[in-house]
Design a protein around this ligand. Sequence first.
Ligand SMILES: [Zn+2]
Length: 507
Amino acid sequence: MSATAVRSAQEYEDAYRAYYAEASDEERKVRVGEKETSEQAAIVARYADLFTRDQLAALRGAETAATDVDEAERLYRLGRSCEEGIVDAELAAREDELANALLAARLTFEGEEMPLRTAEAQLAVLPEYAKREELGELARVLDSSFNDGRRELLAARDGLQAELSGERDTVARNEAQKQISLRQLESALRQASDTVAPAYDSLRERWFERLLGPERTEVPLSAHVRWLRRLSPLEATYPRERSVEVCVETVRALGFDLESIPNIRLDLEDRPQKSPRACVIPVDPPEIVYLITRAQGGISDYQAFLHEAGHALHYAGCDPGLPWTFRAISRDHALTEIYSYIVEAVSREPGWHALHFGLSDAEAEENAEATLFLEALVYRRYAAKLRFELGFWDAFPSEHGASSRDYDPLLTDATGLHYDGRAYLSDMDAGFYSADYLRAWIRSAQLSSHLRREVGEDWWRSSGTGEILRGLFAEGTRPSTEEVARRIGFEPLDTGPLVAELTARPG
Ligand SMILES: [Zn+2]
């Protein structure tokens, strides 16, 4: 094929699908430690003719001409994939450079030299409060020394996206992609966050005392978050060795036998180079979906496995008759995160803790309350993050991202942990991912309220839940999360169920 040739929509989808399968399998091999170096650049180079401005214009033209809604949507998503590919190809070398510099960065803690990533992993398991603060500060200083590079890349990506999409305003561009108003979303989330504040304050008081101990300072550093999220002082109850068995059983109760769904390939092995972050890689959904975890001990293992199981069941459960685009590509991540959240939500049920961990009802309720505390903490942090990001991008044309603005006060007020302003860039995911997570928060709470109504209080261990989820999974990535809201009888911005969940004290 010559450099100027342009593919038809169907040819493009077929070719892009082949690229997507190869690129995601490469990502998987590096992530799970089967390969030590990534050859992603070589794959992109091999498929370079997919990512040209001529091809983008052809897909856009076809989208405009399409009369069928589904066809226009499919072409829109293929066009966006093409656009992202052009941006990625132009920035790949600089992004690799930053990523490699981060991998090579070392700090010295207690006479030991360690990579930044190791330091961050250490923060989850270091038992001494003061040492976590000390290591957290060292990591913060080293990490923020890369802020100039991050800011330049952010500006370059934004500039390219503005040029290719024709929309200079970053917020407006993301609103068009997500088909929502980010400001209305933020305002609904802020209200919910304010409403749950008194409940959060009392949970925080109780669980900071239990998890951080009496030596803690008035406002502990955010360096303790990984320690908190493992519920480290309770780790004996949630051992590493049991996480797979318990989670497989948990999902089986919902009517999904993970181990006998051949499309879901479980990679649970412990390899030295395997990333500790759990993930799902849908190489070719619904046929080939990888679920990858590496247990480290603590409740977070169980929550991460259940979260990823939700993604895996979604991708492996989509109707194979859908066009490939509606099995693999979405406008954003707000839909699939509903399904990860709802499966993870099982771990906040007191009955689940009693059933699997030999706890008394009182202990089970107490531990479920700890998971509720974590949920409220992370929710309030994300709501604050979205508010910060909206201001950041509004000011971007004049400030060019040079100021951390209100990052520190907003996130610190929301959580009760000190979020240092220097983290404002490393804490930012591209494309307002924070808004996708937050939409999933609202929606999964609506879905759980729907399941309680339809299936009953036992929804978390009933195959009736599986039946309802199966119907949603079958639709693949086609619907928006707002369409799912209407289907289960809620307004998209109705935060009532979320507020009810976050203010319910078990017991
Ligand atoms: Zn997820």
